[in-house]
Each structure stands twice: as structure tokens, then as C-alpha cells.
Design a protein around this ligand. Structure first.
Ligand code: S3P
Length: 172
């Protein structure tokens, strides 16, 4: 178990929890959205608008394949990345896959003031959250560990992630 991969819906805290967990483990931290933005030279909204979602998903697959050589890294993934079972299977080969979970209501509270998520730029973003969450729940449930971040602070969630990682590595 060389790495930690955080999966889960938008707004469940993957990046903030991941950064903190990485800091505490003295691991590197990477975010698949950031890797894609750096690689393509455009923001996620620009990629969706100019190249379309299928092109973005292709970049996600490429990034996941490139991650297989990582060591000592906490990887935060985009919310739709593990909807592709091949991506999840690939992450599981080298990482403890931890899904951060939250209710649609909590997710909405966290994302409503933000505008960088193209999938939520619709007339009824709350309905979109419920729809996508229902669609993806079976994929998220395939993670090795599920952590509800609804009532937990970033720090508490990061502690849980570390605890599960140490258990998985028999260091608990
Ligand atoms: C997406 C989630 C986003 C980003 C893109 C698509 C999704 O990442 O990858 O906007 O399909 O749920 P976050 O989960 O970090 O917001």
C-alpha cells in the first residue's frame, strides 16, 4: 500500500483533507484536476467548454495511468474519476482508496458559492447533485474505506484517513 487515493463527490473535502493528510505523513500531495489543468494549459471549465466532457475524461484516464509509479503520495481525484471502473481498479493497485462521503444537502452548502464546477452550472444544481450522486454511489461504494465528512472537520477526517492507512499497512 504505497499511496492514498481520495475519491468521492465534489465538495466532500478531498483536496483539503488530502493536503492535511499528506502534510502529516510527509507525503507528496497531488490533485488530478490540477495535473490535468497544468498538462492541458487550461482550467477545468475551459476544458469542458472548449473540448467537452469526453475529452476531460480521457485526460483523467491518462493521469490515472501515469500515477501507477507514484510512491508516498496522497492523490485527490476529481469527483467523476472513479465512475470509470478501470480508473478505480488502477488506483487500487497502488493506493488505499478512501471515499469521502457527504449528503446532497451538505454538498450543496459547500459548493453553492463556488463557480468552477461546470457540471453544476445548470438551472437546478441541487437536482444535478442528487442525480449524479445516485448514479455514482455504486462506484464510490467500491472504495476500500468510506468516511462521512458531513459532521467531521477537515482535521478529524484527515485523522480518520491516516488511521485507516496505518491499519492497512499493519502499522496501526
Ligand atoms: C467533476 C468534479 C470536479 C472536476 C470536474 C468534474 C465531476 O472535481 O473533476 O469539474 O465529474 O464530479 P472535484 O470533485 O474536485 O470538484
Amino acid at each position: 500500500m504505497l499511496n492514498i487515493a481520495l475519491v468521492g463527490f465534489m465538495g466532500t473535502g478531498k483536496s483539503s483533507v488530502g493536503r492535511l493528510a499528506a502534510e502529516q505523513l510527509r507525503f507528496a500531495f497531488i490533485d488530478t484536476d490540477e495535473l490535468i489543468e497544468n498538462e492541458v494549459g487550461h482550467s477545468i471549465p475551459e476544458i469542458f467548454a472548449q473540448l467537452g466532457e469526453p475529452a476531460f475524461r480521457k485526460y483523467e484516464r491518462d493521469v490515472v495511468n501515469a500515477l501507477s509509479t507514484r510512491r508516498d503520495t496522497v492523490i485527490a481525484t476529481g469527483g467523476g474519476l472513479v465512475a470509470d471502473p478501470a480508473n478505480l481498479a488502477s488506483l487500487k493497485e497502488h493506493a488505499l482508496v478512501v471515499c469521502l462521503w457527504a449528503s446532497p444537502e451538505t454538498i450543496w452548502e459547500r459548493v453553492r458559492a463556488q463557480s468552477h464546477r461546470p457540471l453544476l452550472q445548470t438551472a437546478d444544481p441541487q437536482a444535478k447533485i442528487r442525480e449524479l450522486l445516485a448514479q455514482r454511489a455504486p462506484a464510490y461504494r467500491q472504495a476500500d474505506v468510506l468516511i462521512d465528512t458531513g459532521l467531521r472537520s477537515t482535521k478529524e477526517a484527515a485523522q480518520k484517513v491516516l488511521h485507516q492507512f496505518h491499519l492497512a499497512r499493519n502499522e496501526g
